[in-house]
Design a binder for this molecule. Structure first.
Ligand code: HEM
Length: 541
């Protein structure tokens, strides 16, 4: 493996020197080698955990995995090129379905320039096996561009504690161990019900303002949901009211939302298309770095202000509101640096994910009036009247609402796939998978199959109401994993769930939802989301 990297990296650098490019070869080596070094380090860390020889020997060779054939020079990367390629990034859902139909449950996409092979996996049993045997430091194969940004370009800012997104090995493990307890305890999330309720009530008021004369939401409705999402995270993470949903919202809140969008929209392009950014500063790369700089700048400003407030609170003993996540972390002696970098990661991935999920549930409820009626009955019975505080017991009781969220994320997971980079030779789906290969769990395709969810094309929240009875509507616990699984599972899951429950409960309590236009297809932009303006008729109850 080491030789393979040495050869590829060395040759790239030499070729670049030969052609007299803009950057020195050392810089290119650096852009390539951040990931390579991390994989090698992990590989040694996980050394003890080795696939038994007999299992490996019995498995079919890696070369026999079916999949689209690479062509000379461009491998399979040409498939992502505009006009000639048949893999459009915004249609990866359809590409994935096609590949599954043509090649089966294990599909290899080899020969990708500047990145390891990908093996797509469409089998829930195999996914369960991979997750259940995961090592101490699982490696999620994503975002080499962010990896480079954090570890090389802005190393001065991030240093050794670079957070959890696009961070791997010891560095990820140490960071996650410090923040996990605060982030993932359902008890902690519930302490923020009041803060999330305030943001959700502001959202309901905002909907009333932005609707048109037909009570329909405007074309930029998703952006209004982003504002709610940002407002919620800011209150939870930093105990700050940003005022995103106010008429005179500070300009920088929209700048932050736009920057996060630019980041997500370009991350896939940098990852899957020909990676020229690893050789020189392409326009996409420069746009991407600018967006990340904006995110770092704005979130750091608010984090520093929150830290200053915390100090004042300590001095004056004034602690009226619930301590923010930042304060909780500081109370655990994690240090200012960890708290600051965590806040940045939360803003980076915690806005668009939740808002697109909320948009998708709203759309599905508008399309399914029967289900909406049932949900309204639950919400009217459980929720206190508008203006009165929602409590943990109310959140607990809204079981049908939770089922509607699960069902939407089953059919349309906002993150359509997840994955792990193999840190040792492993047998998967009967094939030998060498260390370094990226396994991509194709959740969207899997969770839309009848064999796992009978009547999979039907929007049926009821299938989640039967609890552990997997014979009814849910036949495999690993067939729908919208938040991932295991040691690297979504760190914001508890907060995302709480935010979605509260805002959707408030929306359904306040409005009847209808949709009167052509049915929208879903696409990747950059989350999996309805393709087209969400013109939802939101009629006052
Ligand atoms: C509906 C909303 C959300 C969905 C569907 C979602 C989904 C995911 C998925 C699939 C992963 C990868 C997990 C794995 O590799 O097994 C992930 C990771 C992560 N998510 Fe979320 N997420 C959501 C909301 C949030 C929010 C609101 C935050 C922050 C407040 C957040 C923070 C994170 C972080 C920090 C990670 C990286 C964890 C690590 O690598 O250790 N997410 N999320």
């Amino acid at each position: 493996m080491l030789d393979l990297y040495r050869t590829t990296l060395g040759e790239t650098a030499m070729a670049h020197l030969r052609h007299g490019g803009i950057f020195g070869a050392s810089k290119i080596l650096c852009r390539f080698s951040t990931e390579a070094t991390q994989i090698l380090t992990r590989s040694l860390e996980n050394f003890a955990d080795v696939t038994p020889d007999f299992e490996w020997n019995d498995a079919k060779p890696y070369t026999e995995i079916p999949g689209p054939k690479p062509v000379p020079f461009l491998g399979n990367t040409w498939r992502f090129l505009p006009y000639i390629g048949d893999f459009k990034i915004e249609e990866v859902d359809k590409v994935s379905k096609r590949l599954h139909k043509k090649y089966g449950n294990v599909v290899k996409i080899g020969g990708l320039l500047g990145r390891p092979d990908m093996v797509f996996l469409y089998d829930a049993d195999e996914i369960e096996r991979v997750f259940r045997s995961e090592e101490k430091m699982p490696h999620r194969p994503s975002m080499p561009s962010l990896n480079y940004y954090k570890h090389v370009l802005r190393k001065d800012f991030f240093g050794e504690d670079a957070g959890v997104i696009a961070v791997h090995g010891e560095s990820w493990y140490n960071f996650r161990s410090k923040v996990q307890q605060v982030m993932l305890q359902p008890r902690t999330a519930k302490l923020y019900i009041g803060a999330v309720q305030e943001a959700s009530e502001a959202f309901v008021q905002r909907v009333k303002k932005v609707r048109n004369y037909k009570d329909e939401t405007p074309d930029h409705f998703l952006n209004e949901i982003h504002k709610w999402s940002l407002e919620s995270i800011a209150r939870v993470a930093l105990d700050v009211r940003l005022g995103c949903l106010d008429d005179d919202a500070p300009l920088e809140t929209q700048e932050l939302i736009d920057a996060v969008n630019v980041f997500f929209k370009n991350v896939g392009v940098l990852e899957l298309k020909v990676p020229f950014w690893k050789l020189f500063n392409t326009p996409t790369w420069l746009k991407y770095v600018k967006a990340l700089d904006t995110i770092v700048e704005i979130t750091s400003k608010h984090t520093n202000a929150a830290l200053a407030r915390t100090k004042t609170k300590e001095i004056t003993g004034d602690a009226k509101s619930e301590p923010s996540l930042l304060e909780r972390l500081l109370a655990m002696d994690t240090g200012v640096k960890i708290a600051t970098i965590l806040a940045l990661d939360l803003f980076l991935v915690g806005i668009d994910t939740t808002s697109n999920a909320v948009a998708s549930v709203i759309y599905q409820l508008a399309l399914h009036p029967e289900k909406q009626r049932k949900l309204y009955e639950e919400v009217s019975t459980v929720l206190p009247p508008p203006g009165k505080p929602i409590e943990a017991k109310h959140v607990e009781e809204m079981k049908y609402l939770k089922a509607c969220i699960k069902e939407t994320l089953r059919m349309y997971p906002v993150v359509i796939g997840n994955g792990r980079c193999m840190t040792k030779d492993t047998v998967i789906g009967g094939y030998q998978i060498p260390e370094g290969v990226q396994i991509v769990f194709q959740h969207y395709v899997i969770s839309n199959q009848d064999k796992y969810f009978p009547g999979s094309e039907e929007f049926l929240p009821e299938r989640w109401m039967t609890g552990r009875d997997f014979n009814h509507g849910v036949k495999h616990a690993f067939a729908s994993l919208p938040f991932g699984y295991g040691r690297r599972m979504c760190l914001g899951r508890r907060f995302a769930e709480l935010e979605m429950i509260i805002v959707l409960a408030k929306v359904i309590q306040s409005f009847k939802l209808e949709y009167h236009y052509d049915k929208l297809d879903y696409h990747i932009d950059p989350m999996y989301t309805p393709n087209g303006p969400l013109r939802i008729k939101m009629i006052d109850r």
